[in-house]
Design a protein around this ligand. Structure first.
Ligand code: CA
Length: 229
């Protein structure tokens, strides 16, 4: 368990990018860099970093948009985000925090302060909920988010993109009740339109494929669904 945390730094200004990357590497983190929002989304999905340092002022796809995409995607929504902001961006800071970013540092910042914020966020996360990359195992059922794979009794299940999203969302927080609306909101990818009614259809399909393990998905009458042994 001595695996180093990996951190993605997103910043279009070369000097700041280098400063942040240098300090992170000095602290022993594995660092990846991105200079645009598109690159940030691509790298995040491919490498699943443990944390993202995200500048809000990026050309084209800005930091808030990146944050919105990542926090909406069930695969990436639990990756903590520390925003880099400029003075006078208060409304953007608020918007970012409301979108799910964990913390922010205002430019010009002291690298020491940024490092301390990052350590604090990682510590909170490690104590808290299960991250996106962590494998979930319940008896014969193993959910491998990194590979988007579900094994039942050691055999891979053929789940659709949406079915996987629903199962992973529920299983990540056992006992939590999710409303249909919350499920729709969480699994709505950039390319999919999902209705609340469609959630019920997904659940039916999912239970069928899960066989006996389908009983872990409980219907909460009048509310939605939860995952429970
Ligand atoms: Ca910038």
């Amino acid at each position: 368990m001595s695996k180093k945390n990996s951190i993605l730094v997103v910043e279009d200004e070369e000097d700041i990018l280098e400063l942040v990357a240098y300090n992170l590497r000095k602290e022993g983190y594995q660092v990846t860099c991105a200079k645009t929002g598109e690159e940030a989304l691509h790298i995040t999905r491919a490498e699943m970093p443990n944390l993202i340092v995200l500048d809000l002022m990026l050309p084209e796809l800005d930091g808030l948009e990146v944050c919105r995409y990542l926090k909406r995607d069930p695969q990436t929504q639990h990756i903590p985000i520390v925003m880099l902001t400029a003075k006078g961006e208060e409304s953007d800071i608020v918007a970012g925090l409301e979108l799910g970013a964990d913390d922010y540092v205002t430019k010009p910042f002291s690298p020491k302060v940024l490092m301390a914020r990052i350590r604090a966020v990682l510590r909170r996360r490690q104590r808290g909920e299960i991250g996106p990359e962590q494998i979930i195992a319940v008896h014969d059922l193993v959910i491998h988010p990194g590979r988007r794979e579900v094994l039942l009794d050691g055999k891979p299940l053929d789940l659709t993109f949406t079915e996987f999203g629903v199962l992973h969302l529920l299983a990540r927080r056992p006992g939590w009740v999710f409303t249909r609306y919350q499920i729709v909101d969480a699994i709505r990818g950039e390319h999919h339109a999902v209705t609340e009614r469609a959630v019920d259809v997904q659940i039916v399909g999912l239970r069928k494929k899960l066989g006996a393990a389908g009983a872990y998905i409980k219907t909460v009458r009048g509310v939605g669904y939860k995952f429970q042994e």
